[in-house]
Design a protein around this ligand. Structure first.
Ligand code: BTN
Length: 255
């Protein structure tokens, strides 16, 4: 399958600092929407909230997708939710395993994370000028650093056999293309039930946006609804960094 817009141009690279940075530089050079940068290894892979994203060379999928959606800065986290649905579907297609989504857009098997997403956007104040959607999927990695060993997993560990990274990339890009088209035509509404039915967070205790409570649902715009002990409901809308200076906010590689 060869997606029309997303993945029409794919830059396949070896070792890089971060595919996010390369995709951002390509965006600055007016690369077309849907341009993909994929690498074998990142020296300074970035995760959400300033954390590092570590990989073992040649074992995983590490890629960034350039998007130019006509949305407002506040809507950028919806793209992370959308992409988590796309990754879950692609993984399910390829492996017959059924991943869960942990708020906002971590992909898990039995509470162990195997994929994460990062949406870094630039805006001119309110309207978004571009989004770099970064996706890291632990595909064939079987050994993890000691501090991650009980929290991380991979497709190979979950299914007991290696997976073809190229096939998985093609499927993820195909599902991303599908849901991105739906989103551009109909907004977040059709994504909402897809995310919700895969969510493992709902009904669980959470600390979200500094509020301790129970995750009770996803609001119409993708904010997590959290009910606190006093039965008050709060909203938490996370999942992206937006800079208004025309460049995505660079994060420290370790946190
Ligand atoms: C998370 O913290 O869960 C998000 C991880 C996102 C990692 C991917 S790997 C490809 C792209 N390049 C990066 O530096 N980060 C993203």
């Amino acid at each position: 399958m060869n997606p029309r817009r997303i993945g029409a141009v794919v830059h396949e690279l070896g070792e890089v600092d971060s595919t996010q940075t390369i995709a951002r530089d390509l965006a600055d050079a007016r690369a077309p929407e849907g341009t993909v940068v994929v690498a074998e290894h990142q020296r300074a892979g970035r995760g959400r909230s300033g954390r590092a994203w570590l990989d073992r060379p040649g074992e995983n999928l590490l890629f960034s997708v350039l998007l130019r959606p006509p949305i407002q800065a506040a809507e950028v986290p919806q793209l992370g939710l959308l992409a988590s649905v796309a990754v879950a579907e692609a993984v399910e297609d390829l492996t017959r395993l059924r991943p869960g989504i942990k708020w906002p857009n971590d992909l898990v098997f039995d509470d162990r994370k195997f994929a994460g997403l990062l949406a870094e956007a630039a805006s001119d104040g309110t309207a978004v000028t571009r989004v770099i959607l970064g996706i890291g999927i632990n595909v064939n990695q079987r050994r993890f650093p000691i501090d991650l060993a009980t929290r991380a997993t991979s497709l190979a560990l979950a299914r007991g056999a290696p997976a073809d990274r190229r096939h998985l990339l093609d499927r993820v890009l195909g599902r991303l293309e599908h849901w991105y088209d739906v989103y551009l035509d109909h907004g977040f509404k059709p994504i909402h039930p897809e995310w919700s039915r895969r969510a493992v967070t709902l009904g669980r205790p959470v600390i979200a946006g500094g509020i301790r409570g129970t995750a009770v649902g996803l609001d119409h715009d993708g904010a997590l609804l959290v009910r606190d002990l006093a039965d008050r409901t709060h909203r938490d809308l996370r999942g992206s960094s937006v800079s208004s200076a025309g460049r995505e906010g660079d994060r420290a590689p370790r946190g």
